[in-house]
Ligand binder design. Structure first.
Ligand code: HEC
Length: 307
């Protein structure tokens, strides 16, 4: 049924239907492939940023404990106020807060989200508490990452468990009695105690904004698809022009001439400039016209002779 319908269509329409079908298939498949590539690229980019930031913070942490703390540790016992510069958690967070002053990084975030923190700005929210719980329930799990929506911004986060691996940590995190007086002075004796050896107390979190990266990938996708479409439309227009000039118009002309010849106007000549298939059709028709003309002349002469 459809094939019969298709057969009855004009050449130009047939060709355009095929071209449009090819166009749609190409645009659809290239759109899907492009989406996939650009999406993976955007994800990789966001992930790279997060992992770089995480590695940098780890390095700040170890610098603090190996290079800063030894210089200040004695003063912890004598100073009235605690020197937070000796604590890796503090230096990492402060360095990151410094980075966030740069407008390019203001939506990045670093936190050692803790269920029972010494400094309350490290208090884990609901989402982070659940991550800590997951790490506690599965000791094999050493990283959770994913996307989440915060204030309509798409955020990529990487979370890693933080465990108490050294007994020395418990000096400040087990009971207020064991902690230096300066710590109690500064932070009070309510929070950040009761931690146990090997217990996972926190989740180290890096958050990287992803909305912009995905928006750029999306824009790139549409502009590439737009360019492909423009090329395709231009190609379709050129093919149509060619079809009209090289095939449709000459054939229409010849079919008009053939009608004339068939109604007795035998002098109209078939002629086509180009030496292509249409040209050989014109030559064939011209030979047929000449033969017809000669045949008619012979008939006429026969009749003259008979009369
Ligand atoms: C000399 C005392 C002291 C020692 C020893 C110590 N901490 Fe802390 N820790 C602190 C203080 C004070 C803070 C809060 C710093 C701030 O203001 O951000 C803190 C913060 C933290 C935090 C961030 C969450 C929070 O409580 O605010 C983590 C995680 C942490 N410490 C883990 C450890 C680990 C692991 C060790 C052992 C390697 C350790 N601490 C040893 C004093 C100490």
């Amino acid at each position: 049924m459809t094939i019969k319908y298709f057969k009855n269509l004009k050449l130009g329409i047939k060709l355009n239907l095929i071209l449009i079908l090819i166009f749609l298939l190409t645009i659809l498949s290239s759109g899907l492939i492009l989406s996939d590539i650009l999406d993976t690229k955007a994800r990789d980019e966001v992930q790279d940023k997060a992992l770089l930031a995480m590695a940098t913070m780890d390095s700040v942490r170890s610098y603090t404990s190996s290079r800063i703390k030894p210089h200040l540790v004695e003063r912890l016992a004598t100073e009235p106020e605690f020197l937070p510069e000796t604590v890796p958690a503090y230096s990492a967070r402060e360095v990151f807060e410094g980075l966030r002053k740069n407008t390019d990084y203001q939506d990045f975030f670093y936190k050692e989200a803790t269920l029972n923190p010494t400094n309350l700005r490290d208090q884990a929210d609901d989402f982070e508490s659940k991550l800590v719980e997951r790490f506690r329930n599965d000791q094999e799990l050493n990283e959770i990452s994913g996307y989440r929506n915060v204030d309509s911004e798409n955020i990529y986060y990487v979370a890693r468990p933080m465990a108490i691996k050294k007994a020395s940590c418990l000096q400040c995190h087990s009971t207020p009695e064991k902690a230096p007086p300066s710590l109690i002075n500064t932070y009070g004796s309510e929070n950040g105690f009761g931690w146990k050896l090997n217990e996972i107390v926190a989740s180290q979190m890096i958050s990287v904004p992803a909305t912009k990266v995905f928006a750029i990938a999306n824009k790139l996708k549409w502009s590439i698809m737009g360019t492909i479409s423009l090329f395709f439309l231009a190609a379709i227009a050129f093919i149509n022009l060619f079809l009209f000039l090289a095939i449709v118009r000459p054939i229409q002309k010849m079919s008009k001439l053939a009608t004339k010849v068939s109604t007795g106007e035998l002098e109209t000549e078939f002629h086509h400039e180009d030496n292509d298939e249409v040209g050989s059709l014109a030559k064939g028709l011209e030979r047929m016209r000449v033969s017809l003309q000669m045949a008619m002349q012979m008939i006429d002469e026969d009749q003259d002779f008979a009369s």
